[in-house]
Each structure stands twice: as C-alpha cells, then as structure tokens.
Design a binder for this molecule. Structure first.
Ligand code: SF4
Length: 371
C-alpha cells in the first residue's frame, strides 16, 4: 500500500465540530466561531471565506495561512438513462475514486468511496481486482460529498440536494475505520449537514475485528455483504471468509449496537447456479433471524470478462418469493446505472483499468456514448 505523503495543508473539512472548537481555542479565538464556520461550510455550502460575514477576519487569516479549504476535483461525470450519475473524483495526489448519485422517489443517495481500490478482493467485484492503493482521509470522504453537492447545484439545479449516504463505493469502509468514523461524525453534525443516522448506511464485507469494535462508531444503518449462506461458496466469492467465516461473522454481528434500526441488511448477490438454489434459501433461513434481518437481493451485474452469470428474472422472483413466504423482509435491488458501469461491483476506474489516463478524451467520449 502506498503511504499518504504530507503534500498539502491540513484540510478544514477534516475537523469535527468539537475539533474545530479546540483548534480555535488553542489559537486564542472564540470557540463559538466553530459553529458559524460549520454553518457556512456545510449548511450554507459557501466555500468562499470572504463571504462568511459573521466570522472574524483574524480567523479567516489564520485559515488562509494554515489550512486548506480545497475540495477534490470532479474530472468526469456520466449520466445513466435511469438518472444515476457517476462521478470520477480526483484527489490531491492524482488518485481517482468513483462516487455515484442515485435518485429515488424522495431522496438522492450518494454512494461514496472510502479507499482507492480495495484489499478485500471479492471475486465478483471490479474494484477488487485493483488491490488497495491507499485509504482516503476523512476530509477526502467528506470532500467527495461536498464537491458533488456543489457540482449538482451548479450544473443540474440549485435545489438539488444529496439526502442519503451509503458507503458502498470503492473500498471496505471498516478497513479505513478511523477516517470513515470521523467523516460520519462530520456528516451527522446538526450545525452542519445534519444527516440523521437513518440516512447513512455502512456496508461491510465482514471485517470481524472492526465489527467487534463498532461501539464507538456513530449508530448508522449496517449492511453486511453476505452473498452466500455456506462457507465454501462464500469463500469462493469473498476470500475474507477464509479469515472470518460465517460462524465468526455472526458471533460478531450479535454484538453490533443497533441503535438506529432493529434490522441489519444482508446484501446477497444472486449468481446463476452458484447461490440461487433451494439449499441456499435454507442456508439463509438457518443463519438469519427474520425479526432482525432484511435481505437485499442483487442480481449479479455482468462486466466484461466476469466469470459469473446473472440468473434469469424468473429465478430472481422465485428466490425472493420463497424468502417472503417464510416471513423475511426481502427486496430485490433494481440495478441502476448499469450502462455507465456504476452498478455495485463495477466501480473500478475505467481510466485505470484501461490505463488510458493519457487518452482521457477518447475514454470520456466512449463512456459518454453509453449515457
Ligand atoms: S465488493 Fe466491496 S469489499 Fe469486496 S472487493 Fe469490492 S469494494 Fe472491496
């Protein structure tokens, strides 16, 4: 893994509200200015300190000298026919990650990346083939959200507002525990964006040691990438199952403090002839408590070169109905953004995969032709 080089000033977006109060107090400034700054940064989304009318000039001067207020840069976006919009976001060291804005009836959810690449190596996942390049810092995670908010306001509608967050982009969020924890605290701060715990979902592949220490994580919704109810199949799909098998995973899940929701969501990618059989339904019944679980079926998204196949629609319906009949809450996720490779497991940077950084225009036009 590459180490992060100290190539820039500390970002103002890296501070929780209480850290910002402490920073100001240490410098001899009034602590309450932190609340005003948070409001300007997040609630009013005003990035220009010159316009922060109620913030003292000496504080702005200090920020100018010591902190950065820059955001990551959006270098490409593609709009799917279903309204899903994928963004390629460049960080300060040139690394890129993807984030996806997914519209639904009454919300606009941003699927965020937590790492550049991913170390988990799930065999069905495009990102998993990259390996881990590095963790994102807390301000880079917050920065994705803010950069995309600004972009949507400037390019789509001034009324457009991101309402929900899912950590389901590139990376395993619990592998980058501390930065994701801090970013989540920032997202939830009432003086700022004020996203409630019910509007944030953290999806994990099942990193047991980190699940066991989630008592200090804000009480957001939890989704577990389960994908198989038998160890041999899960290990084939997710090598992490070798280290933390289903028995260890479920022992850890029992300890998760479920303050926000009674139910944990279990993501289950349905793959033809692998995990879509009657014995897989029985395996799920044996594993999952129907009063504390919600099963989200995701028909597999083929990608170029993938070794798995998507089941037929009738098979997907049958699988869901069998679980519903047995009293489980079970939904099938509508695949969104497939035409721009923005669907789950497809978030690998096309730039990097095809090594086309120097041929950006060619690739951009290729991707845009898909939207
Ligand atoms: S599915 Fe998630 S955890 Fe697995 S390799 Fe892909 S990004 Fe990593």
């Amino acid at each position: 893994m590459e180490t992060i080089k100290p190539i820039r000033k500390k970002s103002l977006y890296s501070f929780t509200l209480s850290e910002l109060r402490d920073y100001l107090a240490e410098k001899g400034f009034a602590k309450f200015a932190a609340d005003q700054i948070y409001q300007w940064l997040y609630k009013n989304a005003e990035q220009n300190p010159e316009l922060w009318t109620n913030v003292a000039k000496k504080i702005k001067d200090d920020f100018q000298s010591n902190l950065s207020i820059d955001l990551p840069t959006i270098i490409w976006n593609g709009l799917s026919t279903d309204g899903t919009r994928k963004f390629l976001v460049k960080m300060f060291d040139g690394q890129t990650v993807e984030a996806v804005a997914i519209p639904a009836r009454d919300r606009l959810t941003l699927c965020l990346s937590s790492q550049v690449g991913c170390a988990i190596g799930c065999t069905f996942c495009h990102t998993g083939t990259m390996g881990l390049k590095r963790h994102l810092t807390a301000d880079e995670i917050v920065g994705q959200f803010m950069a995309i908010s600004y972009w949507l306001k400037a390019n789509v509608s001034t009324e457009m507002k991101l309402t929900n967050i899912v950590y389901m982009g590139q990376g395993e969020p619990l592998h980058n525990y501390e930065n994701v924890r801090v970013a989540t605290i920032i997202f939830m701060e009432d003086k700022g964006l004020g996203l409630s715990q019910r509007k944030i979902t953290l999806s994990t592949s099942g990193l047991v040691p980190q699940i066991e220490k989630m008592w200090d994580f804000p009480p957001v919704n939890i989704a577990i990438s389960l994908h198989a109810a038998h160890n041999n199949i899960r290990t084939e799909l997710m090598p992490i199952n070798k280290a933390y098998d289903l028995e260890r995973l479920f022992a850890a899940i029992k300890k998760v403090p479920l303050k926000a929701y009674r139910r944990i969501t279990y993501e289950y990618i349905l793959i033809s002839d692998l995990n879509d059989r009657p014995e897989d339904i029985q395996g799920l019944i044996d594993l999952l408590d129907k009063d504390k679980s919600k099963i989200n079926l995701i028909p597999y998204n083929d990608f170029p070169g993938s070794k798995f196949k998507r089941p037929s629609n009738s098979k997907v319906i049958w699988f869901q109905e069998e679980l519903l009949k047995r009293g489980y809450v079970c939904t099938t996720r509508t695949t969104k953004g497939q035409d721009i490779l923005a669907a789950c497991g497809q978030l690998k940077s096309e730039y990097e995969k095809l090594n086309l950084w120097d041929h950006r225009e060619k690739l951009t036009s290729r991707l845009e032709s898909l939207s």
